[in-house]
Design a protein around this ligand. Structure first.
Ligand code: AMP
Length: 281
């Protein structure tokens, strides 16, 4: 497995592979890899002739009071996971390599960045779009795989790719969960035993949303109230938002349909967790 720390080296490798006619499938991550990342890597293997993974905790997508400094990092652990999946190359740059002194260019996907997480994390999606565009220019992939767990991020990236005519195909991958339903996340590491148990209320309420839809509930406010009641039963969980909106453009819906998205963000202890489902999915 090749490991590139420098942008120039990564670019040269990718350019050579492209000239050999190879199709590059890319999985961008912030590391501290889990089964969710591993599934994305396996999906990437089906798509391309070779797989490139990036590991970069991107400072521009964290707010000043967020967890950039304490975000879990373990290069040796990540390296052995990537090797076990026979990943071809890893891009693992330092912050100074990606954002050298004088850096001042950012990309904003205007409307899709505003609701849901965007309302509580100003600048977050600007940081995400910027780093993903940079990574695409460095890794030069034909395909890039993103998890539906970060559903708004997936929409933002798809919009950016379409609006800026980037020559890369974005592939979404369903949320990978623990056996008990908890969506896998590097941030689950922050949870103690009690908090982890309490955090299950998020996936449980999404399941309830789908059940209520199946039973005929179509009123978004009624569903929202039901789910908030459910989440309030867990004193360790502090709901940040629960939105019921269109999965196409994240705009509010008058009536719930199969394409309606239910998206939740909540603090459990120190961990800010997100989860979502498409109700008829
Ligand atoms: P992260 O390292 O958290 O930035 O995630 C890197 C990629 O993995 C993103 O495309 C995420 O959406 C995706 N991802 C993270 N957790 C999961 C999960 N539980 N299921 C599916 N994809 C995930």
């Amino acid at each position: 497995m090749l490991v590139f720390k420098k942008i120039k080296d990564m670019q040269e490798f990718s350019e050579n592979q492209r000239m050999l006619g190879k199709r590059i499938a890319f999985v961008p991550t912030m590391g501290y890899l889990h089964k969710g990342h591993e599934k994305l890597i396996e999906r990437a293997k089906d798509l391309g002739d070779l797989v490139v993974v990036s590991i970069f905790v991107n400072p521009t997508q964290f707010g000043p009071s967020e967890d950039f400094n304490r975000y879990p990092r373990d290069w040796e652990r990540d390296r052995s996971i990537l090797e076990s999946h026979h990943v071809d190359a890893v891009f693992f740059p330092d912050v100074e390599e990606m954002y050298p002194e004088g850096y001042q260019t950012y990309v904003t996907v205007e409307e899709l960045s505003r609701p849901l997480c965007g309302a509580f994390r100003p600048g977050h999606f600007r940081g995400v779009a910027t780093v993903v565009l940079k990574l695409f220019n460095i890794v030069k992939p034909h395909f890039a795989v993103f998890g539906e767990k970060d559903y708004q991020q997936l929409l933002v990236i798809k919009r950016m790719v379409s609006d800026l005519n980037l020559d890369v195909r974005i592939i979404g991958y369903p949320t990978v969960r623990e056996e008990d339903g908890l969506a896998m996340s590097s941030r689950n590491l922050y949870l103690n035993e009690k908090e982890r148990k309490a955090a299950l209320v998020l996936s449980r309420s999404l399941k309830k949303a789908r059940e209520l839809y199946r039973m005929g509930l179509r009123n978004p406010e009624a569903l929202r109230n039901e789910l908030i009641e459910e989440i309030k039963k867990e004193p360790l969980v502090r709901l940040q938002y629960l939105e019921i909106c269109s999965s196409k453009d994240l705009k509010p819906v008058m009536e719930i349909g199969p394409d309606t998205l239910v998206a939740i963000a909540a603090f459990v202890g120190n961990a800010r967790l997100i989860d979502n489902c498409i109700i008829g999915g």
